[in-house]
Each structure stands twice: as structure tokens, then as C-alpha cells.
Design a protein around this ligand. Structure first.
Ligand code: ADP
Ligand code: MG
Length: 883
């Protein structure tokens, strides 16, 4: 017998579990030991050794090693060993950087790992999907990814999309009853749901029968295409740039060697110097440092509750020019409280805060009791046509489920109403979704009488009603009555209240469960008006975005008036700003929409389908769009946007998978922080590229100038390699951790087409590089001419000047403006990096045993004064210009 052939009770018996209690913690522990984690085995990751060895596969490093070998054979042991050690240390650093990048990427994956809702010891809990075991009772709803292979035990309009398994993209309806037939293919096992497939509609409960590699997905996992490592646009650009830089560096180095030999230097000496110079000047590590900087930024974002799913999003974030944000839950708290009820043609007011069940109903000043006509039945209907649960923890009430539904439960409890299962049985449920904007249930009461309750957006419900009730009973709904209700809706909505209408219809036991037939000719009962307070941080976040040249757009399924009221309160909607609703959107062609879209700030009464049109219209206008979403239907728009933003708490697996950013707290303000961080990371990357390249220009030029002037080598190979390792290494990393300049959120968004050297960066690199080269040369020439017999002295002065010039210049790289515009002690990492480089410099100069290795000698106080003056010139001079 296969699982699909057994009925639910037999499955329960076989797996020693009941669908209404779930497994015990002890069972879970045992089964995890027995079956292992619920994961598909992945291919082995690259071994640590390979990563380490990879650091040496670089062509120039190999050439350097060969050259060192030759040097060793020629008897230059000290140089050979020193170079070897430096190359080895360099390899270690590269290795650790790569490890770090790898680790943080793995951590990212972990953070965005899917979760499953399982019943354990009678409580619904969320656990990582990897911890689901055989026998677990799982609950799924539309938008979820099925965590393991499950036998459906209960389903309400449950449909799944199994294209991942079968290639068939039409959803399959799922139910619980057993199937007799033998040898069914997975797609015909309609009482089973399979790991990795998607719930597109409805809800269901199932019992896990297979996990990990023992699932249908597990069997075909080996056939699946492995995902390739994604490289971000910036990494790509840098790789391209890298090729050019390598060519330039090699050409210049060759020139140094040729000129050197021509001027009478030994070929072998020039060869070693040239190779060292090439190794130092080729920024082969740049892409790796960029990855490290990006992933460090990702970690900082995690602290701010933003999970970046794709590294490339870090870059794109900095370019965002429009944020399209859901209102409910993202800009507001999603803490609904019913404040007003419209019943019998009157507005009743409700007291009480949040989900606290204390509160009363008032008509004018009069407190109402349950005998007020229709009040009790309206509140009862609201509590029955409901998918949430009201729970207490430490004396505080909270809602498990949809906050809108939760508010209705609280509203009923304020009058002491709490319908039980014996009185009313739910026969069928048509769940709420943002397209239908309504939800219905079929209820059977104690006397076996059935009726439909429908609640939803008033403008959706009203066309489906034919009757209404008031104190004197049920009446035909005439257009005048309709206008009265519409007036009440508008009145509530303009007070920023979220409105819900509720209606019922008695049906017979023979009526079919077809929502199209059931949700019409309803009797209108009343309206609920609930508040959903805006989140505190949102108003200022919107203002900050505006200053940063980013437009915030509110998107909501709510009533236009409600949306407008909240948008005005948040100061999102300027005076001449437009509010469009779903109906108007439908009338517009894509080009008509993009013509006016720059003036639109609020989209109301839209369905998720509209979001795609909105994203496209903004993109048409050249905008870089961030779009938020939570439901399944939001996924296409999220995918189409430049930065798809999913909700961490309320979001479904599908939207999360389509997104590049997940907000752990569902908060709009978190998007702003992420953009802020994204801009900062990009600026920091520019900072260290600037620093590294300017340093390299300086290093090459001093050698080239010296050769052209027929001077001896100003720097020996070990010194060049040392500079590459120490001076270029630590401070560059510290620049990656720099704080943003004060005005990063006051500039317009960066254009995604902007090159790396845009905004004067190229000029900065070359100009500083040239001056660093010149001052180093001057330092060398003067000290060498004063002491022609002591070349080591001249080289020590040149080496020290070069190092000092770079260590001072690093502070210049922190600002797009002038070095004087920033406090150098702001970035303590940088100060420490510079101090340790300085310390290492002093060690190679003053620690006698190292002197022969690094070709250095003692420097006196006058030498230092001379060096400091020269080495601060490149930075100080440019500090006074604006370029
Ligand atoms: P948003 O999330 O932007 O507020 P929704 O699509 O969730 O938009 O809701 C649209 C409208 O549907 C709401 O204004 C409300 O009238 C109605 N609605 C929302 N939640 C429910 C629910 N659980 N049951 C019935 N109607 C609902
Ligand atoms: Mg909603």
C-alpha cells in the first residue's frame, strides 16, 4: 500500500501521530536521529586546501615564485626566502578573505531558509523546514512551499503548483480522501503534496510521510541544475576593468624593465624587480575585496533587520529612485482595532485599545448592551467568517492569523461573544485573498440550518447584496439605501478607517459549494471601521527618502479615502500629487500610465496584478524601483522590480524566493536603512579602489622615473612586495568599514550606468598617484645624492616616504570632497590599520635582524622630518583644491 491509498486514520496509526495533536518532542528527537535532517544533499563544497592553493594560481604570482627560485639559485637566499614568505602570507590573507566571504554567503542562505508550520504537542509552531520529520503534522496556506512530502489530512480550496516536479504549471486541486488505484504518478496523487511545490490557493493540513532525500523531489534532486555562483554587476565591471589594469600594469612594468636594462642595470635584477612590481601593481585581489566589502555590508544590514538575498542587491539598493510600498503592515503596524461599526443606518463607536478585549459600544453617549438590535448577530458573523485566533500570553491578548480577522474577534469579545464549534459548524471556507478582496464561510447551526457569511471590501460586497437589515428586519436594497451605505463608507474611510462590509445569505443543504453562486444576493448587515496606526518611524523615513531623491509610493488594496488620509498624515502625498485607484489603472494603457506616473503617489484599491503594471511604468521612466509584497500574487511584480522586497513575518515563501531583500520586521523604515547602507557600501568600495589604484600608480611611477633618470633602483623587490602586503592591505580593508559621509542620504541616487571612475574618481587616482610617485622620487634622489655610497640609506628613505605618503593619503580617500572635511579619528579601524602598518614599518627599519632582509638602515630624526614633510604633500596639496 502506498501513502495515497491509505486513509488518513491509517496514516496516523502507521506514523504514531494524530492530526490534532502532532508529534511529541520526544518523537521528534528520535525521528530526527533516525532519518536525519529534511534537506536535499548538495554537492560537496570546495575543500579548504583547494581554496588555499587557488591563491597561488595567479599567473604573476607563479612568475614571481619562479623568479624567486632563480634568485635563490643565484645565491640571493635572503631575498628569495623573504619573497617566499611574503607571497605565502599574501596567500593566507587571500584565503581568509575568501573564507570569510564564503561563510557570510552561507549564513545568508541560512537566514533566508524556509520555515514550516508544524503541530507539536498540540501547539502550532514555526520551525526551519530542515527540522521537519516524518509524522509531523504541517499546516500550509497559499504562498507556502511544501516542506516535505505530505499526505493531505484536511484541505480547504487547496491547490498546489507542481511544475518543479512535473513541468505542469496548472495548479492541482488537493483533497484528503484516499485513492484506490495502483501505480499512480505523483501528479495523479491528488491527496499528496510534494516537497518543493507551491500552494497557490487555499489552506491545508497534512502528515509528513517523507523527508529529505526520501521525497519525490529528493529522487530527482540529482537531476536538477545546480545554481551557479552569481556575480554582481560591480564584480563583473571590476573583472573587466581588471583585465585592462593588468595590461596597463604589465606594459608599464615592461617599460621599467626595458629602460632599466638600457640604462645599464643587470637583466636579472630588473627582472625580479619588474615581476615584484607587477605583482604589487596588479589589483588581482580587487574582486575578492569587493565581495568581502559587500558581504560585510550585508552583515551590517542584518543588524538593521534587512536580509539581502542576492549580493547584487546591495549595489542596486544604492541606485533606488522609487520605493513602492504596501501600506498595510509595512507603513502601518498591522494592529487592527475596530473603532466604529455602522449598523441599522447608525454609526456606533467602540472603545478599547489594540487587541485588549476590554471595551464598549456607544451610540452617541449611550452605552449599548447585547439587546441593541442586530449588534450581537453582526459581531457573531464577524467572528465566524474568520480565520484568526485570539490567544492570551501572560495576560496579554494577541492574534494568531490575519490582524483584520483578529480585530473582528476582539470586537465580538467586547460584547462577550465567542462562538463555539458545537453551536456553529464551518462546512466550507473560501479564503481571503487580495484579488477577491473578500472571504466567505458556509456555516451550519445547531438546527442544521445553513447560511453563507461573506465579508470583504465594501465596494466589492455591495454589488453582491440585494437586501439589508435594520431594526425592523430585512428589506430590499434600493439605490437610495445603497447611497446611504456608500455615504457611511466614505465617512469612515476619510477618517483613515479601514472598512469591511459583512453580509449573509441563508442557503439550503442541497446548494452546491460554488462561491460564484453563493456570494450574491446577500443581505447587507453592516460595516466595520478599524484603525491601523502608522508605524512611528515611517513618517521620518519617507522624509529622509525624499531628501535622498527617492520617491515613496503607497500601494494598497484599501479604500481610496483611507489610503489618502493615511498618506496625507505621513506627508507622503504632496498637494498636487495624484491618487489612482485600481479602476482607473485598468482604463489606462501602459504608456498613458507612464506619462503621469511621476505625479502619482498613492495607488488605492489595487490588486497584486496591478503592481506589475506600476513597476513597468516606473521603469519605463528610467526609475530603479523597489517593490514590496507578501502574497503569492505579488511575486511577479517583485521579480520584475529592480529590488524586490519581501516581508519576513507576513511574507510567503514564494515572494521571499522572488525577492532580493527581506525585511525581518516588515517595516518600511528598514528599506530606507538598507538603501542608506547600500549607498554607503558602494561609496566605500569606491574609496578603497581609489586608494589601491593611486598607491599602485605611485609605486610604478617612482620606479619608472628612476629608470628614466638613470638612477639605481629606488625600491628593492622585497620592499615593493612589503608595500603591497602591508600598506595596501589593512588600510584598504578598513576603508571598506568606513562610515558614510554626512551627505550620502542628501544626494540624488546614483545612476546604475555610472562607471566606477565616475564623479572625478579617475582624476583623483591619477593625480594623487603621480604626486606620490614624484615625492618618493625626490626623497630618493636627495638622500642618494647626499650619500652616493650608501644606496641602502637612499632606498630606506624612499621606501619610508612611499609608505608614509600612502598612509596619509588613505585619509584623503574617505571623502569625495576634501581630506579636511572629515575627522580622521572617526574610523577607528582605519586609525588602527594605519598605526599597525606604521608599527610594522618601524620594525623593518629599526629591528636589526630584519634590516638585511628588507634592505633597510636606521633613520635619524632629521630624516623623519624630511620624510614627513614630503609624504604629506600629495594629500595636503589636494586638500586645498576641490578636485
Ligand atoms: P492592503 O493589504 O493593501 O490593505 P488587502 O488586499 O489586504 O489590501 O485588503 C483590501 C481590502 O480587503 C481591505 O480594505 C478590506 O476591505 C478587505 N479585507 C482585508 N482583509 C480582509 C479579510 N481578512 N477578510 C475580509 N476582507 C478583508
Ligand atoms: Mg493585506
Amino acid at each position: 500500500m502506498k501513502w495515497y491509498q491509505l486513509d488518513v486514520e491509517s496514516v496516523e496509526q502507521k506514523l504514531l501521530v494524530t492530526a490534532n495533536r502532532g508529534l511529541s518532542d520526544k518523537q521528534v528527537g528520535e525521528r530526527r536521529k533516525q532519518y536525519g535532517l529534511n534537506v536535499l544533499e548538495e554537492e560537496k563544497t570546495t575543500s579548504k586546501w583547494l581554496i588555499f592553493l587557488k591563491q597561488f594560481q595567479d599567473f604573476m604570482v607563479l612568475v614571481l615564485l619562479a623568479a624567486t627560485l632563480i634568485a635563490g639559485l643565484l645565491g640571493e637566499y635572503i631575498d628569495a626566502i623573504a619573497i617566499m614568505v611574503i607571497v605565502l602570507v599574501n596567500g593566507f590573507i587571500g584565503y581568509f578573505q575568501e573564507q570569510k566571504a564564503e561563510k557570510s554567503l552561507a549564513k545568508l542562505k541560512e537566514l533566508s531558509a524556509p520555515v514550516a508550520t508544524v503541530l507539536r504537542e498540540g501547539e502550532w509552531v514555526k520551525v526551519p523546514s530542515s527540522e521537519v520529520v516524518v509524522g509531523d503534522v504541517v499546516r500550509v496556506a497559499s504562498g507556502d512551499r511544501i516542506p516535505a512530502d505530505v499526505r493531505i489530512a484536511k484541505s480547504t480550496s487547496l491547490e498546489t503548483e507542481e511544475s518543479a516536479l512535473t513541468g505542469e504549471s496548472l495548479p492541482v486541486m488537493k483533497h484528503a480522501s484516499s485513492i484506490r488505484r495502483d501505480h499512480l504518478d505523483p501528479q495523479d496523487q491528488v491527496n499528496m503534496a510534494f516537497m518543493g511545490t507551491l500552494v497557490t490557493r487555499g489552506t491545508g493540513i497534512g502528515i509528513v510521510v517523507g523527508t529529505g532525500m526520501n521525497t519525490v523531489m529528493g529522487q530527482i534532486a540529482s537531476l536538477m541544475v545546480k545554481t551557479k555562483k552569481m556575480i554582481t554587476p560591480l564584480e563583473h565591471k571590476l573583472a573587466e576593468l581588471g583585465k585592462i589594469l593588468i595590461a596597463v600594469a604589465l606594459a608599464l612594468t615592461a617599460l621599467v624593465v626595458v629602460v632599466g636594462v638600457y640604462q645599464g642595470h643587470q637583466l636579472y635584477e630588473m627582472f625580479l624587480a619588474g615581476v615584484s612590481l607587477a605583482v604589487a601593481a596588479i589589483p588581482e585581489g580587487l574582486p575578492a575585496i569587493v565581495t568581502v566589502a559587500l558581504s560585510l555590508g550585508v552583515q551590517r544590514m542584518i543588524k538593521k533587520k534587512a536580509i539581502v538575498r542576492k549580493l547584487s542587491a546591495v549595489e542596486t539598493l544604492g541606485c533606488a529612485s522609487v520605493i513602492c510600498s504596501d501600506k498595510t503592515g509595512t507603513m502601518t503596524e498591522n494592529q487592527m482595532t475596530v473603532k466604529e461599526v455602522y449598523l441599522n443606518g447608525k454609526h456606533l463607536y467602540v472603545t478599547g485599545d489594540g487587541y485588549d478585549i476590554r471595551g464598549d459600544y456607544f451610540l452617541d453617549k449611550r452605552k449599548l448592551e447585547s439587546d441593541f438590535p442586530n449588534l450581537e448577530s453582526m459581531l457573531l458573523y464577524g467572528a465566524l467568517c474568520n480565520h484568526a485566533q485570539l490567544k492570551v500570553k501572560k495576560g496579554k491578548y494577541f492574534v494568531d492569523g490575519d490582524p483584520t480577522d483578529g480585530a473582528l474577534l476582539v470586537a465580538a469579545r467586547k460584547l462577550g461573544l465567542q462562538p463555539t464549534n458545537h453551536q456553529y459548524r464551518i462546512i466550507e471556507e473560501f479564503p481571503f485573498d487580495s484579488d477577491r478582496k473578500r472571504m466567505s464561510v458556509i456555516i451550519e447551526d445547531e438546527n442544521n440550518r445553513r447560511f453563507v457569511i461573506t465579508k470583504g471590501a465594501p465596494d466589492v460586497l455591495l454589488p453582491r447584496t440585494s437586501f439589508f437589515i435594520d431594526e425592523s428586519g430585512r428589506k430590499l436594497l434600493k439605490s437610495a439605501d445603497k447611497r446611504n451605505i456608500e455615504g457611511a463608507i466614505n465617512k469612515m474611510a476619510s477618517k483613515a478607517l479601514r472598512t469591511i462590509a459583512i453580509g449573509i445569505k441563508p442557503i439550503s443543504n442541497r446548494d452546491s459549494f460554488d462561491s460564484a453562486l453563493l456570494e450574491k444576493d446577500l443581505t447587507f448587515i453592516g460595516l466595520y471601521g478599524m484603525i491601523d496606526p502608522p508605524r512611528k518611524e515611517v513618517k521620518s523615513a519617507i522624509a529622509e527618502c525624499r531628501e535622498a531623491g527617492i520617491k515613496t509610493v503607497m500601494i494598497t488594496g484599501d479604500h481610496e479615502k483611507t489610503a489618502r488620509a493615511i498618506a496625507t498624515h505621513l506627508q507622503l502625498l504632496p498637494e498636487n500629487g495624484l491618487v489612482l485607484d485600481g479602476y482607473q489603472l485598468n482604463q489606462m494603457s501602459p504608456s498613458e500610465l507612464s506619462d503621469i506616473i511621476d505625479r502619482v503617489y498613492v495607488f488605492a484599491r489595487v490588486t497584486p496584478e496591478h503592481k506589475l503594471k506600476i513597476v513597468k511604468a516606473f521603469q519605463e521612466k528610467g526609475h530603479i524601483v523597489a517593490m514590496t509584497g507578501d502574497g503569492v500574487n505579488d511575486a511577479p511584480a517583485i521579480k520584475a522590480s529592480d529590488i524586490g522586497v519581501a516581508m519576513g513575518r507576513s511574507g510567503t515563501d514564494v515572494t521571499k524566493e522572488a525577492s532580493s531583500l527581506i525585511l525581518m520586521d516588515d517595516n518600511f523604515a528598514t528599506i530606507k536603512s538598507a538603501i542608506n547602507e547600500g549607498r554607503n557600501i558602494y561609496e566605500n568600495i569606491r574609496k578603497f579602489i581609489r586608494y589601491l589604484l593611486a598607491s599602485n600608480v605611485g609605486e610604478i611611477l617612482v620606479m619608472l622615473f628612476a629608470m628614466l633618470l638613470a638612477l639605481p633602483l629606488p625600491l628593492v623587490p622585497v620592499q615593493i612586495l612589503w608595500v603591497n602586503l602591508v600598506t595596501d592591505g589593512l588600510p584598504a580593508m578598513a576603508l571598506g568599514l568606513d562610515k558614510p559621509e554626512e551627505d550620502v542620504m542628501k544626494r540624488a541616487p546614483r545612476s546604475p550606468r555610472e562607471g566606477i571612475f565616475a564623479r572625478g574618481l579617475g582624476f583623483k587616482i591619477v593625480s594623487r598617484g603621480i604626486v606620490i610617485g614624484i615625492v618618493t622620487l625626490i626623497a630618493f634622489m636627495m638622500s642618494y645624492q647626499n650619500n652616493p655610497d650608501n644606496l641602502v640609506y637612499g632606498q630606506t628613505v624612499a621606501f619610508t616616504t612611499l609608505v608614509m605618503a600612502q598612509l596619509i593619503h588613505v585619509f584623503d580617500c574617505r571623502s569625495e570632497k576634501s581630506v579636511f572635511s572629515r575627522n580622521p579619528f572617526e574610523n577607528m579601524y582605519l586609525v588602527l590599520a594605519v598605526l599597525s602598518s606604521l608599527l610594522l614599518l618601524l620594525v623593518v627599519i629599526y629591528f636589526e635582524p630584519l634590516q638585511p632582509i628588507f634592505h633597510t638602515t636606521f633613520l635619524g630624526i632629521r630624516d623623519w622630518m624630511f620624510i614627513i614633510v614630503l609624504s604629506s604633500l600629495p594629500t595636503v596639496l589636494f586638500g586645498f583644491t576641490k578636485k
